[in-house]
Write a protein that binds this ligand. Structure first.
Ligand code: SAM
Length: 289
């Protein structure tokens, strides 16, 4: 692991920043499981929302493989082959649902996550389903800084992660992605913006996180409560594009990809492309340096 830091005591961090609590709790739960299949049955719902006594790692990884193919194709992230020596940084890798497939396409995949236990499980997933020699892991100890050198990656990618960070962490990670990508490389970051049901989801989430702040151990509450609590932000291109512009004033190209199910374009400042089948609240910032 690149920054082999000590696990942070969850109490100290979660009291101050409750949005980190469920991930650390789930990481701890994953440490107690005897096999990779058990990890998926116990904590897999955190990543792909599937539950069941018969879930297996194979099925879990298959969902990630499909999504890697789809997103890398549509966002223009398939460059060359693994043999061409490209480096891909995945921010918020979890237990490696997508990482396994990425190691087959990229020579070096750096899986970054807030939780060190997830990164250990990610290595196990990649050993079973990917090319483990292509994997490196990096602990995002403070939730906002990538322990990677400037201009060291061809692609920096993040999927269903930045919506779970608080706003400052998510925007800091945007800046970090643009620092780490090399000139000519591409950043593709997934966000979640407002939809009608957020009128309920976001305030309830704030209440759940307030309770976690007071009683951190409740962050391992039932699935439904946790799912409310971890929706930590809604960011639109209006919030993110200026931050990206400041971090990377010499970008060769800035684009937004949004769901084809939204009637209005999310941005008037940069070109917008439509993605068939994407979640209506999801959008992507794609920057070519
Ligand atoms: C919903 S999971 C998605 C994992 C993976 N991208 C996938 O699709 O299977 C979100 C992941 O982001 C990680 N995460 C949450 N906040 C983070 C932060 N501030 N920095 C890095 N990782 C974070 C969590 O630990 C978790 O593994």
């Amino acid at each position: 692991m690149i920054s082999g830091s000590e696990r942070l005591p969850s109490g100290a961090v979660s009291k101050r920043r409750p949005q980190l609590a469920p991930w650390r709790m789930a990481g701890r739960a994953s440490e107690d499981q005897p096999s990779a299949d058990d990890v998926v049955r116990e904590t897999g719902w955190i990543f792909n929302n599937e539950t069941g006594h018969d879930l297996s790692l194979d099925e879990f990884v298959a969902t990630g493989t499909e999504e890697v193919g789809w997103y890398c194709h549509h966002l223009g992230l398939f460059w060359g082959t693994a043999a061409s020596g490209r480096t891909f940084v995945e921010v918020g890798s979890g237990i490696g649902r997508m990482t396994a497939a990425l190691t087959r396409y990229y020579h070096r995949v750096i899986a970054c996550d807030l939780d060190a236990a997830f990164l250990e499980r990610c290595r196990e997933t990649v050993a079973l389903h990917g090319v483990v020699e292509h994997l490196q892991t990096s602990h995002v100890e403070d939730g906002q800084t990538l322990a990677l050198p400037d201009e060291s990656a061809d692609v920096v990618f993040s999927y269903i992660t930045l919506q779970h960070c608080n706003r400052e962490d998510a925007l800091a990670l945007v800046q970090e992605a643009l620092r780490v990508v090399r000139p000519g490389g591409r950043v593709a970051l997934n966000f979640r913006t407002w939809t009608a049901k957020d009128a309920l989801l976001v305030p309830v989430g704030a209440v759940v996180r307030m309770i976690w702040r007071i009683i951190p151990s409740l962050a391992k509450a039932p699935r439904l409560v946790t799912r409310f609590g971890w929706q930590a932000n809604r960011l639109s291109p209006h919030d993110v594009v200026p931050v990206a512009g400041e971090a990377c004033p010499d970008a060769a190209m800035v684009m937004i990809f949004q769901s084809s199910r939204r009637r209005r374009d999310l941005s008037t400042a940069v070109p917008v492309h439509r993605l068939e089948g994407a979640h209506p609240g999801h959008w992507w910032l794609v920057v070519q340096r």
